[in-house]
Design a protein around this ligand. Structure first.
Ligand SMILES: NC(=O)c1ccc[n+]([C@@H]2O[C@H](COP(=O)([O-])OP(=O)(O)OC[C@H]3O[C@@H](n4cnc5c(N)ncnc54)[C@H](O)[C@@H]3O)[C@@H](O)[C@H]2O)c1
Length: 448
């Protein structure tokens, strides 16, 4: 079997310089790469900026990498509680860990720390300031999604990466997931098993959840909160629901999956219409449900995609991206339990690809069901599994890709330049909800 392209697909040194260190029009600053390789311990010296829930996920993911190519030298967070958690998580591997409460102090200490790169997992409205400052200080950046709170902030990050020549990876980790890479490169492009995609739908539904509660014993000081853009602890802990701090559920969850629409369609949308509302939570600033419909002109013809995110029902079918073509359908998810393929009865046989190990046929359980329904109309199509197992945490391959890119051994799978275009499709959904009409994307929307 043709193994899926992995997250660390080697690229030549020339190509790396072209794609990583010099995106377009910037000055070539190869020393940043050399610096990473010449750290005294031979490793990439790393800082974590923002050690909340996702900072912790990224750290535990990094720690499972064998012979780690990095050493975590510092953490920066405005909350003592987060710093404490990071210090205990890294006690064994980074006993010398330094900590800072202000990102400017972290950056000021970069030479002393021998810092090469920063992982940024702060709330979205901080990403542009943090990323731009780190890139300008000569550091490579892995920044969580959404890239920024506004398109212009995201554009500024792309520009800074171009000008400085530093690497900018965005946290769309599905782009490095071997199952997604196999589905894109082998099942869709090489075997063309689904025929021509005409439609996609995707969703991420979650159960109703109260706000994270404030524990006054460990609260951040009020002046620190205000200095960092939070009115109070409630806002600090639940920033996703506030309009000045986040784009709400569509950007928090939709960002992952609408990016997959764009990737698998090989296209950016030409229009979006959307509806959303405060149907459940009357007291939250962002919509608790959003539904969006995109129109595409893909290389294979027109296509449409529907996306929904509901914050009020986890029983509503989980999270996945579902692509439908005239010869089959492909349901992708970070959760392998939701991943599946279905063959149209009229499509050419998939046996050849099953024998090569690209797919695995499922037991036809539905055939055993007794039914009086006319099976010619409603028999379930043959179902197939995708036999690519990710035996790591979901974020690990994306972090490995970032480290390999720093060391000149791979091309970033979600660089700022391309990710900006993909995220532009998400930025405009809330605008479409407010406008209550179809918005057309212009060429300028996707330009930096
Ligand atoms: N890729 C993914 O699957 C994924 C999953 C969850 C979250 N995320 C992203 O990760 C980021 C963080 O999300 P989270 O769930 O960890 O949020 P969180 O609220 O749990 O953590 C945020 C952390 O940042 C710190 N912080 C806030 N402002 C700061 C500042 N100015 N300087 C330094 N530290 C600051 C907070 O004290 C906290 O420790 C967001 O951008 C989110 O969209 C990505």
């Amino acid at each position: 079997m043709n193994t899926p392209q992995t997250s660390t697909t080697p690229v030549g040194r020339r190509q790396f310089l072209k794609t990583g260190a010099l995106a377009s029009g910037g000055i070539l600053l190869a020393p940043s790469i050399m610096k990473a390789q010449s750290s005294p311990n031979g490793k990439i010296n790393l800082a974590i900026l923002g050690y909340g829930k996702q900072g912790e996920v990224l750290t535990t993911s990094m720690l499972e990498i064998p012979n780690p190519p990095f050493h975590v030298v510092a953490v920066c967070d405005i909350w003592k509680n987060s710093i404490g958690k990071c210090r205990s998580a890294l006690r064994k591997v980074s006993p010398d860990l330094k900590w800072y409460f202000d990102y400017q102090e972290l950056i000021a200490a970069k030479d002393e720390l021998g810092l090469d790169a920063v992982i940024i997992a702060t709330p979205d409205f901080w990403h542009a300031r943090h990323t731009n400052a780190c890139l300008k200080a000569g550091l490579h950046v892995y920044c969580e999604k959404m890239m920024a709170k506004t398109p212009d902030e995201a554009r500024s990050m792309v520009r800074t990466a171009r000008e400085t020549g530093q690497l900018l990876q965005i946290g769309h980790q599905r782009r490095s997931n071997p199952r997604y890479l196999h589905a894109y490169h082998n099942l869709t492009k090489r075997a063309e098993l689904m025929g021509r995609f005409t439609t996609a739908n995707g969703q991420w539904n979650r159960s109703a959840k109260p706000f994270r509660e404030v524990n006054p014993r460990i609260a951040v000081e009020q002046d620190v909160l205000e200095k960092n853009g939070f009115e109070n602890m409630e806002q600090f802990l639940n920033w996703r629901w506030f309009r000045d701090l986040s784009g709400g559920p569509i950007s928090d969850l939709g960002s992952h999956q609408i990016d997959i629409f764009n990737w698998f369609f090989d296209a950016l949308p030409k229009s979006v219409m959307a509806s959303g509302g405060h149907d459940y939570y009357k007291d939250r600033e962002w919509y608790d449900n959003v539904m969006a419909i995109y129109e595409y002109d893909t290389p294979n013809g027109p296509a449409r995609a529907f996306y929904q995110t509901l914050a009020t029902t986890g029983a509503g079918g989980g999270y996945y991206e579902y692509f439908m073509g005239d010869e089959g359908a492909l349901r992708m998810s970070e959760n392998p339990a939701f991943t599946k393929m279905y063959r149209e009865a009229s499509a050419p046989s998939w046996d050849e690809w099953a024998s090569k190990g690209f797919i695995r046929k499922e037991e036809a359980a539905a055939a055993k069901v007794q039914t009086k329904v006319d099976v010619r109309e409603s028999a379930p199509p043959d179902a197939y599994e995708i036999p690519v197992v990710l035996d790591k945490k979901p974020h690990t391959p994306h972090l490995e890709n970032f480290f390999a890119a720093i060391n000149g051994k791979a091309k970033l799978n979600s660089d700022g330049e391309h990710t900006f275009k993909s995220e532009m499709a998400i930025f405009r959904v809330n605008e479409a909800v407010a406008a209550r009409k179809t918005l057309e994307f212009t060429k300028e929307d996707f330009e930096v």
